[in-house]
Design a protein around this ligand. Structure first.
Ligand SMILES: [Zn+2]
Length: 449
């Protein structure tokens, strides 16, 4: 029987050469002891996870990418913590007997059986938003590994291939495009456009990919990899209160709201903070403040609409300098594609009017768009039946499963989040609910394999 608490003890004793593995695996093998040790420092919640061996994987990575300034975790594509998590995943999956490969876009696949067509694929992501929670992404990866480990330990011989998949840059925290790994895989973003994306330091995706050991010229649609997926299931902590209200630990997703990201640039006149009278200013930061209020008021007046500005960049950003421009990023979502487009049109008009009060101008540029996703009803029905009847819930949060849904039958399982809060250190899931999620995923995989 696979015992998730055992390997950590083995790692401490085995040392780097314990399996005679190659450099990458050896690195992960070495690191497992550190991961486990740091996991024990993660507070009472993580202690509960460690005590519950089923979730040892979450405890092992509890110390990776902690962000003391923001709180929670900052784990961004191919930077230190993300690389550590990738090495951890490789080591964990190989210990289960899975064969790990990195595809041309940096997504990690851990195969049970020969990679091939009609595979049952499950997984999520390991990267986070800045200052994110411990569960968004990793819960799906840890649950997938645990479910596959249980099936292997119980002697299941799959009739079709199975893989655990970790998508790259799901949150878009480094290069600005959410679900970048799945969009690249499916051809949902033009490869040249993707290669030219830059991070906050001006590093392009192409440069970052090369540093991570990928060939930047091979980034982009990967028809062969996509053709191997028969269906995809993503388990995810719920990012809302649906399951709290229902009093249930697990649900199947029905749909994802249409959503997108836009860059709002407010332009004014940079000038001296002391030498410019108040009446002579065209201050884009004050105009941006009005614009943000206009965003809020416009969305609040529409049923089911959501609009957020969560990020600002003030140029040049000096205490004694009136800014010359401000970049703000708008995230907007509504119940249908048309409703979301209407919302953004109304926001554009309201923002134009608001910034004019300060003699400024504004432009809104679309950076990404995902239409409403209705998950495969046949697959959702099959999953619901296999689980003996669970509720179905829509979600306002985007996911890689939503990107894949346009190409292969896809489904999601949500695990209750008792705080109802996500993309924040307060995101949480009770151990019992995480276990219920793993058991549901195991049941589904068993029924599909
Ligand atoms: Zn997520």
């Amino acid at each position: 029987m696979w015992d998730p608490s055992r390997p950590r003890r083995e790692c401490r004793g085995a040392g780097a050469g314990g399996r005679g593995a190659g450099g990458r695996a050896a690195r992960g093998h070495d690191g497992a002891g550190q991961w486990a040790a740091r996991g024990h420092d993660g507070g009472a919640r993580m202690s509960a996870l460690v005590a519950h061996g089923t979730l040892a994987g979450l405890a092992e990575i509890a110390g990776v990418g902690r962000d003391p300034r923001r709180g929670g975790y900052s784990r961004h594509l191919w930077q230190g913590p993300d690389l550590e998590l990738r090495a951890w995943f490789v080591e964990r999956a190989e210990r289960l007997g899975l064969v790990v490969e990195t595809d041309r876009n940096g997504n990690l696949w851990a195969w049970w059986g020969t990679p091939g067509p009609d595979a049952v694929v499950t997984g999520s992501h390991l990267d986070s938003v800045p200052g994110g929670g411990a569960y968004d992404g990793p819960l799906g990866v840890v649950s997938a590994l645990e479910a596959v480990g249980r099936l292997r330990a119980s002697g299941v011989t799959p009739s079709r291939p199975c893989a655990v998949l970790v998508f790259a840059e799901e949150e878009g925290s480094r290069f600005g495009i959410a679900c970048l790994g799945s969009r690249l895989l499916t051809g949902g973003i033009d490869a040249d456009r993707a290669r030219a994306l830059t991070d906050a330091d001006g590093v392009t995706l192409a440069e970052a990919a090369a540093t991570a050991g990928l060939d930047p010229q091979r980034l982009g649609a990967d028809r062969d990899a996509l053709a191997r997926i028969g269906l995809f299931i993503e388990l995810h902590v719920e990012q809302g209160r649906g399951l709290i209200d229902l009093g249930r630990p697990v649900a199947v997703a029905s749909s994802i709201l249409a959503h997108g990201r836009w860059r709002l640039t407010v332009s004014g006149q940079g000038n001296h903070a002391g030498a410019t009278p108040m009446g002579d200013r065209r201050d884009p930061l004050v105009a941006a403040a009005r614009a943000i209020l206009a965003v809020q008021d416009t969305a609040a007046a529409r049923t089911g609409a959501r609009a957020t500005v969560g990020r600002l960049e003030v140029v040049p950003g000096g205490t004694n300098v009136i800014a010359s421009s401000v970049h703000a990023w708008l995230d907007a979502r509504a119940g249908s594609d048309a409703d979301t487009r209407d919302l953004v049109a109304a926001i554009t008009a309201a923002v134009d009017e608001a910034v004019r009060l300060n003699g400024c101008s504004a432009t809104l540029t679309e950076e990404s768009w995902t239409g409403t996703v209705a998950f495969d009803p046949a697959l959702a029905g099959r999953l619901g039946a296999a689980l003996g009847g669970v509720p179905t819930l829509p979600t306002g949060a985007g996911h890689d499963a939503g990107v894949l849904a346009a190409h292969v039958p896809s489904a999601m399982l949500f695990v209750r989040n008792p705080t109802g809060i996500s993309h924040s250190p307060e995101e949480f899931a009770e151990v019992e609910d995480c276990v219920a999620g793993i058991e549901a995923l195991e049941t589904l995989l068993r029924s599909l394999l």
